[in-house]
Design a protein around this ligand. Structure first.
Ligand SMILES: Cc1cc2nc3c(=O)[nH]c(=O)nc-3n(C[C@H](O)[C@H](O)[C@H](O)COP(=O)(O)OP(=O)(O)OC[C@H]3O[C@@H](n4cnc5c(N)ncnc54)[C@H](O)[C@@H]3O)c2cc1C
Length: 481
């Protein structure tokens, strides 16, 4: 039974906080959200929304680079430039061949506009639901009391959704001009001519892909052997191969020790003494929780050795009446996970029936070109024996739609339980894999079998045809072990 007269105070207005606020208001609680920088949080204002808006531009530019293979020529193109036209190539000056150019000030202005509009939408939604929003920095004052400025607010339940911020390399403080975090890059007056990106995790790989497509010369510095070391290796190798083919300099096994500004650019010093130079350096070396000054210790809220708030699967912290959600818990740094943790916290706090957080069903995407989308069990789970599964991987190079669209980099991979054929997970590497993965997510969530997927109609020609084809291949009986 819900407890509608509770007063819920939420610290942080990102997806962990505002989605929780909407649920609590819907259940009849009195809700206050305290946010110091802007509703929508870093997700909307600096991280997820801005980076995906940037990538919308870079994807279009990458697609335009491929248009000649598809038989498209622009006004300034020289006939005969296209392969296979049958005409002798004409010697042309570079100026007579058109290339798409990124207009950085417009790109960045669009990003800021879109982020502000999204933030305003969140504000309107909260106000429609009767949620009080306070602009300020909150801290836990005493049990059941949150302070913001001079005001003290009594709370039956507190939700901490304070997020995280970019980690800095020791001794290399970002200046917002040459040495940048991912939150400062949209303030540049122009595109970086030579961008050195330190860190080849999800954020580093996404920015490397985007800036390469927009025309920057990109060097990606990875401390591990390959880019995206925590992802499906087959998928990471496809993306790394595409990066290199398009001219990106990828430095594997290269730990950056320091990055510093020079008179007209940057220098990044690697562990082996090599110095990598560029016009700008983007540091993407992880995130740290934004929990300093919240008064956690005084309130009895435990954190782990990296400072992330420890929570259980219904978002409870170690302190009674205090929940936490999102990046400040370090559970899985995704907006969808933050939002779900926040909603679960409210359902639990307000006495509703609640399903604990199930990370095995989370769908995620790395928005490189091509995208990598994953859900459920992973290749690592299978290789380590944690999950007993059959695996099929179908390259998209043989898919008719992929051929028509002019790309061949990517695959569909499915993991299914050995005997029952129930789908346990999958990986899709393709343009718009973020949209395609829903079919596999549904299968995982609903415990569908490969037979059920194989009997489902896919459109011909389509990329989803490779999902049903992979399922058909998995229908064959299992060889006795
Ligand atoms: C470059 C980048 C790209 C990303 N892209 C994606 C993506 O495509 N998809 C995806 O799912 N995830 C993406 N993420 C991750 C996603 O942005 C986060 O998982 C998400 O923002 C977490 O939400 P949150 O509510 O926990 O925190 P946040 O969105 O960080 O919000 C926390 C808010 O709390 C406020 N706050 C902190 N302390 C206080 C205080 N004491 N008082 C008042 N307010 C306070 C902050 O101002 C902030 O607004 C990306 C992250 C980065 C860095």
């Amino acid at each position: 039974m819900s407890q509608p007269h509770s007063h819920i105070v939420i610290i942080g207005g990102g997806p962990g906080g505002y989605e929780a606020a909407l649920v609590a208001a819907q259940l009849g609680a009195t809700v206050t959200v305290i946010e110091e920088h802007g509703l929508g949080g870093s997700c909307v204002l600096t991280d997820c929304v801005p980076s995906k808006t940037l990538i919308a531009t870079s994807n279009l530019m990458a697609a335009m680079e491929g248009t000649r293979d598809l038989g498209i020529r622009f006004d300034h193109d020289v006939p005969g430039d296209a392969a296979g036209s049958g005409r002798a190539p004409v010697s042309v000056s570079p100026a007579s061949v058109s290339h798409a150019l990124a207009d950085a000030p417009r790109v960045y202005a669009r990003i800021r506009r879109l982020a502000q509009a999204q933030s305003a939408d969140v504000g309107m939604r909260l106000s429609r639901e009767g949620v009080r929003v306070i602009d300020g920095r909150a801290r836990l004052a005493r049990p059941g009391v949150v302070a913001v400025g001079d005001e003290e607010i009594r709370a039956d339940t507190v939700l901490i959704a304070a997020g995280a911020h970019p980690r800095e390399l020791p001794g290399s403080v970002p200046d917002g001009e040459r040495l940048l975090t991912c939150r400062q890059i949209y303030d540049l007056p122009d595109l970086p001519a030579e961008l050195v990106i330190v860190g080849s995790g999800v954020t580093g790989a996404e920015f490397a892909s985007a800036y390469q497509a927009m025309g920057s010369a990109v060097t990606l510095v990875s401390s591990r052997e390959h880019v995206l070391p925590n992802e499906d290796t087959d998928a990471a190798m496809v993306v790394e191969d595409v990066f290199r083919r398009r001219g990106m300099r990828v430095l594997g096994r290269s730990r950056a020790m320091a990055a510093k500004r020079t008179a007209d650019g940057v220098e990044v010093v690697l562990q082996d003494g090599t110095v990598v130079t560029g016009s700008h350096c983007l540091l993407t070396v992880g995130m740290v929780p934004s929990t300093a000054g919240l008064g956690l210790a005084g309130a009895g809220v435990e954190v782990d050795e990296r400072g992330f708030i420890t929570v259980d699967r219904v978002s409870r912290t170690s302190a009674p009446g205090i929940y936490a959600a999102g990046d400040c818990t370090g559970v899985w740094m995704l907006a969808s996970v933050a939002a779900m943790q926040g909603r679960i916290a409210m359902w639990h706090a307000l006495g509703e029936a609640v399903q604990p957080l199930r990370l095995a069903h989370v769908a995620a995407t790395i928005f490189t070109d091509p995208e990598i989308a994953t859900v459920g069990a992973s290749q690592q789970d299978v290789d380590s024996g944690k999950v007993l599964a059959r695996v099929v991987k179908l390259p998209l190079a043989t898919n008719a739609r992929a051929k028509m669209d002019g790309f061949g980099d990517g695959f569909v991979k499915l993991f299914t339980r050995r005997n029952s054929g129930i789908v346990l997970g999958g990986v899709i590497v393709a343009p718009r894999a973020s949209e395609l993965i829903l079919a596999v997510s549904l299968a995982v969530e609903q415990h569908l079998t490969v037979d059920e997927i194989a009997h489902t109609f896919a459109v011909y020609p389509s990329l989803t045809g490779s999902i049903t084809e992979a399922a058909r291949q998995l229908m064959q009986p299992v060889e006795p072990m």
